[in-house]
Design a protein around this ligand. Structure first.
Ligand code: ADP
Ligand code: MG
Length: 329
């Protein structure tokens, strides 16, 4: 509990899209390379995520739904070096407290699958045998059924689904080796097929699928390294500048972030090349020693804090500037 208290408790569940984000991150942490996301009625009726990850053993099913039960950190020092996406052990507990949650799973070492069902704030968990291939399916039905105020805050199905679509897009951009299928009301909406290998060409395929062929054609590839810092990805030519920042994707150690330091550095590198009131288009990944980042500032809100902000800023600025100068205008 002490460790638990030291971990900032943030509100995880804001809307269906935040549930989808947490569940997909769990699937990725479990090593899945196939993730199926089924949505009904913008997620307010049903969110179902099925993966082919490592699964959860029968003995751990109930525990997985308990607050601050995480299999991902055991000591406080680990917090300094968080590499896995999930680490707070509160997503499943939070989600199941505001929905009807069913967790079905089978790890490889278990001959049969088991299903846990949790409902409402009492969090009483029932377990029964089930049928499921290796991996995990989590069904979240009737989100916010017991918190009418939140439920009222939900927008139209179309809007909520658009948020989910964006969450899947952001994650899929960073995980080209994972297949994602997204359905809405039983219609297939997205199918991001896993790329064949880690080659640049294959990675570009996923980026083109999500950001468009035009983006990849008019973008310059960055691969910029200094000491422990590594920046890679694509910066769009200024001709791709947009009135909205809808193609600005930045990631820190694989997590999608909207960070002031990063955005400022990129914007500064574009400088006068960028027309007023427009945003640059980019997909950039920053890898940095985890001990230089504090991701626990606001885990659900995509915020980071760099311990050496200036250094990170200048590194990104230089990398982007170099790439832009290499671009034909
Ligand atoms: P966290 O991800 O922060 O550890 P969660 O509440 O999201 O906490 O998940 C609790 C635990 O349940 C995880 O630590 C993990 O052991 C297990 N778990 C959740 N989802 C999956 C999944 N899709 N596959 C395998 N294990 C999972
Ligand atoms: Mg998690």
């Amino acid at each position: 509990p002490q460790l638990a208290n030291q971990i900032a408790a943030g509100e995880v569940v804001e809307r269906p899209a935040s549930v989808v984000k947490e569940l997909i991150e769990n699937s990725l942490d479990a090593g899945a390379n196939q993730i199926q996301i089924d949505i009904e009625k913008g997620g307010s009726q049903l969110i179902r995520i099925r993966d082919n990850g490592c699964g959860i053993g029968k003995q751990d099913l109930t525990l997985a739904l308990a607050r601050h039960a995480t299999s991902k950190i055991s000591t406080l020092e680990d917090l300094e070096a968080i590499l896995s996406l999930g680490f707070r052990g509160e997503a499943l507990a939070s989600i199941s407290s505001v929905s009807r949650l069913t967790l079905t799973s089978r790890p490889e070492y278990q001959a049969e699958a088991w299903q846990a069902y949790a409902q409402g704030r009492e969090m009483e968990v029932e377990i029964q045998p089930a049928s499921h291939p290796i991996g995990t399916t989590i069904e979240v039905a009737n989100l916010f059924f017991n918190t009418p105020a939140r439920r009222k805050f939900l927008r139209t199905d179309k809007t909520e689904f658009a948020h989910i679509d964006e969450v899947v897009r952001r994650i899929a951009l960073a995980k080209p080796n994972v297949t994602f299928v997204l359905t809405h009301n039983e219609k297939k909406v997205r199918h991001y097929k896993a790329v064949e290998d880690r080659s640049l060409e294959q990675q570009q395929k996923r980026v083109a699928t999500i950001c468009g062929d035009e983006f990849i054609q008019q973008a310059t590839h960055i691969d910029w390294q200094h000491d422990d810092l590594h920046l890679y990805g694509w910066v769009g030519s200024p001709t791709l500048a947009r009135p909205q920042n809808d193609v600005s994707y930045s990631y820190v150690n694989g997590r999608m972030m909207r960070d002031k330091t990063i955005n400022h550095a990129i914007r500064q590198a574009y400088g006068d090349l960028l027309p007023k009131e427009t945003y640059p288009a980019f997909v950039l990944f920053l890898d940095i020693d985890p001990s230089y980042v504090d991701v626990n500032v606001h885990p659900a809100k995509h915020e980071v804090r760099f311990h050496q902000g200036r250094l990170v800023h200048d590194f990104i600025y230089q990398g982007v500037l170099n790439a832009l100068q290499a671009q034909p205008h």
